[in-house]
Design a protein around this ligand. Sequence first.
Ligand code: NAD
Ligand code: DAU
Length: 343
Amino acid sequence: MTSILVTGGAGFIGSNYVRGLAASRPELTVVNVDALTYSGNLENLAGVLDTPRHRFIRADIADAQALERALAGIEFDQVVHFAAESHVDRSIEDAGAFLRTNVLGTQVLIDLARRRGVKRFVHVSTDEVYGALGATGLFSESTPLAPNSPYAASKAASDLLVRAAIHTHGFPALITRCSNNYGPYQFPEKLIPLMVSNALEGKPLPVYGDGMQVRDWIHVDDHCAGIECVRERGRIGEVYNLGGGNERANIEVVRGILAATGKPESLIKYVADRPGHDRRYAIDASKAKAELGWSPTVGFEEGLRRTLAWYVDNREWWSRIKSGVYRDYYARHYAHRVGEEAS
Ligand code: NAD
Ligand code: DAU
């Protein structure tokens, strides 16, 4: 029986991935390692937490000794590495945790995986390592790395550490670089869940700058399916871009959310732009499509409708988050932006 070590499996994408495996892969067992930082939440694992094929272990991937102790005697053949600090705005405020988890933590995992002789290591990365696009063009796997935020730079550094391990040690790793995800259990600091939850609460929707920045949206189920294709069939040593092919300007997304929730556009509040804000991301996923037979299946309008319904039905989940320590970050971050409001 194949056993997969999943890191960051209590976060947004990791928990969707683990739930998907539990539903569709009876032949697999999962060891889920997560430090439960502000964005990790055991509630995200409802339905899988206390099941025989899933074992949760709280551990910090950047603490080599503690991780080794936590995994002593536990066997796994493959690794899917999601654990990271993931929010660009927080990296602008303080990059420390990003370097620790994303850079050091990835090297710790590579070392551990090498000692354990794992057969496949999937490193989950991001399109942000490529920097920003102008009005045209797409990121391909050969686009040079040009990260613009501390978050993106820390992810690019982790990609390079994985690359170096492949080159130097013949480490059996693969890298995925995906565009913006949305779907259930996404922490409400990210654009879509923040705007949906603020709209449902009748609060202002803070749009950075002119709102014309473009992101290429992909439903989290499609991203997880892509990771599974890469884990099962990807060629070791290769990078695979994954993207939804759904380019939308932020303001279009925000207007769509207001229309769908029946809230007025007067809730839109233009605020100071994110420093160094990347203008446009868009993915060329033709390599994954041609080699692995993967394709995204969820259209953006349908995916957004389903996501909205999830946030309506799971108000308790996000209300609890928004009333906890996250409230302090929110107050600090947006008070400062409104003070510097865009004209
Ligand atoms: P998230 O912030 O929701 O989840 C991150 C998880 O990692 C949390 O459960 C957290 O507790 C855990 N974690 C953080 N530091 C840790 C540490 N030191 N040790 C162990 N666990 C730790 O993030 P997400 O949006 O689910 O992103 C998951 C991965 O996917 C990240 O590597 C991110 O770079 C990548 N990615 C995200 C997107 C996106 O749109 N969200 C797109 C492409 C790639
Ligand atoms: O592209 C993949 C990346 O997508 C992932 O690697 C990151 O982990 C993930 O956080 C995401 O990064 P972004 O910075 O694109 O996502 P975010 O949801 O923070 O912002 C999306 C866009 O919306 C971006 O242009 C900034 C804008 N925005 C965001 C917030 C939180 C606003 O206008 N207002 C806001 O309040």
